[in-house]
Design a binder for this molecule. Structure first.
Ligand code: PNS
Length: 165
């Protein structure tokens, strides 16, 4: 069985991430979306919220599972008994960081391969950070993220008494 892990922060998941999830799920028997518990980055959504949003978003993809992880990616991949890591490349600016990460992971776990999918052109500019910034200033994010993300962001901002989406 060919199993891959697609790791990330997904704070929040965007159509760019979904593009990579949908396409890589077709290449493997099982795709595990690994959601990083990253308290250092003080995420907008807790890991539980990010997992729930992702689960809802991928519910039509039967071979995709969403699982949170903490610590080293290579250890998570080993625990999941996966053979591959999938990452998306948007532009040349992603390359240096991604290369460094892939090579470090390969050193730590020589049997582990990282494969890269180039993000669809229509999403090559898109990032979770810009989505949050647009939303914080009241911009329309419907072309960037699934409806469930808009709903959850709306709830969060309503609660904080901050600007509406
Ligand atoms: O979506 P992101 O934030 O770019 O994803 C980054 C992620 C989660 C893939 C990366 O930070 C990671 O793998 N973190 C786990 C810690 C780890 O294994 N670091 C060593 C790799 S250099």
């Amino acid at each position: 069985m060919l199993r891959a892990v697609y790791p990330g922060s997904f704070d929040p998941v965007t159509f760019g991430h979904l593009d990579i999830i949908t396409r890589s799920a077709k290449l493997v028997d099982e795709l595990i979306v690994g959601v990083l518990v990253n308290n250092a980055k003080s995420p907008l959504f807790s890991v539980e919220e990010r997992v729930k949003i992702l689960e809802k978003t991928v519910e039509n993809l039967p071979n995709v599972k969403v699982i949170p992880f903490e610590g080293l990616l290579v250890e998570f991949v080993r625990k999941m008994e996966a053979q591959m890591v999938v990452r998306g490349l948007r532009a040349i600016t992603d390359f240096e960081y991604e290369l460094q990460m892939a090579q470090t992971n390969h050193k730590l776990e020589p049997d582990l391969e990282t494969i890269f999918l180039t993000t669809g052109l229509e999403y090559s500019y898109l990032s979770s950070s810009t989505v949050k910034e647009v939303a914080a200033f009241g911009g329309d994010i419907s072309q960037f993220v699934p409806d469930i993300v808009i709903e959850r962001m709306q709830e969060k901002m309503d609660k904080k008494g901050e600007c509406k989406l």
